[in-house]
Ligand binder design. Structure first.
Ligand code: NAI
Length: 280
């Protein structure tokens, strides 16, 4: 424990080397920022989740992937010597079973990435209650269910970092994705509340809000809605000030940062990873 109470002491205070802060040599040692930790990534079989699983493993974490698509999850963890399990985040019993299995396989979870998400593109006037329930169940209730299964252990151990994958849709709203936008705004609010509740147990909770990222989910709109879907995607890309879509690895890098001790004094925040799509 450092003088300030940082839960992940790694850099010296400098006292023993007679200077303030970390030495340059200590900073060089930080490439494996998650060494000795266990991470659970939901929805890690594809897209942003798969890139995150790879990135966290590359930084030294033992990585469990829980996904509806267990074959896809297995293919990802085979690369990283991790653990794959079937998990439907919309089903709290499935979540609890998967968390137990992941913990037995790899140890107590220090890092939780609530990434699983989906959408059913439709203008709101054309949507029905079934769509509302499904989209809210995966994107909002799913984050609640997995956090509920993992957070008590983190709090008991006074150690942990949660990173929720929200969306710019939750900040600025996204046409064709009204319920998804509502769910993602909910995730941003939930992130802040959990940050407040968990801080005294030394658990941090942050979120990322990606813009258009090249994954099957982004390109599903074009498949579902045809030309309108293509235009929706192009509209999102045009809304970025960088004038391009992002890559899953660019989101994974931000998630890894928030998960590790480099972000030890950051909690309750939502970082946009969106080429400047919004700036708040
Ligand atoms: P993706 O479709 O490539 O991956 C989503 C993964 O979640 C898949 O492996 C899928 O099997 C899994 N999944 C879906 N429903 C699940 C459930 N009920 N239980 C467990 N796993 C489930 O999509 P992508 O783009 O990688 O999405 C990851 C996260 O990023 C999602 O939360 C999404 O909302 C968010 N996001 C994506 C953006 C994009 O442009 N791709 C933009 C903003 C946010």
């Amino acid at each position: 424990m450092t003088a300030t109470g940082s839960p992940f002491p790694r850099l010296s205070t400098g006292a023993e080397v007679g200077q303030e802060g970390a030495t340059a040599a200590e900073y060089r040692l930080q490439a494996m920022r998650l060494e000795g930790t266990t991470a659970l990534v939901t929805g890690g079989a594809s897209g942003i989740g798969a890139a995150t699983a790879r990135r966290l493993a590359a930084e030294g974490a033992r990585v469990a992937v829980g996904d509806l698509n267990v074959e896809g999850a297995r293919a990802v963890v085979d690369e990283l010597d991790g653990f794959a399990c079937k998990m439907d985040v919309a089903d709290a019993a499935s979540v609890r079973a998967a968390v137990v299995a992941a913990t037995q396989a790899l140890g107590e979870i220090d890092v939780l990435v609530n990434n699983a998400g989906t959408d059913r593109f439709s203008y709101f006037v054309n949507s029905d209650e079934q769509l509302w329930d499904y989209v809210l169940a995966v994107n909002l209730r799913g984050v609640l269910a997995v956090t509920h299964a993992v957070l008590p252990g983190m709090q008991d151990r006074r150690r942990g970092a949660i990173v929720n994958v929200a969306s710019e849709a939750g900040r600025v709203g996204s046409q064709g994705s009204a319920v998804y936008s509502a769910a993602k705004a909910g995730v941003i609010g939930f992130t802040k509340a959990i940050a407040r509740e968990a801080a005294r147990y030394r658990v941090r909770c942050n979120a990322v809000a990606p813009g258009p990222i090249e994954t099957p989910l982004l390109n599903a709109a074009a498949q579902t809605l045809g030309e309108i879907g293509e235009r929706l995607k192009q509209g999102m890309v045009n809304a970025t000030i960088m004038g391009r879509s992002g890559e899953p690895e660019e989101v994974a890098a931000t998630i890894a940062f928030l998960a590790c001790e480099d972000a030890s004094y950051i909690t309750g925040q939502t970082i946009n990873v969106s080429g400047g799509l919004s700036m708040w």
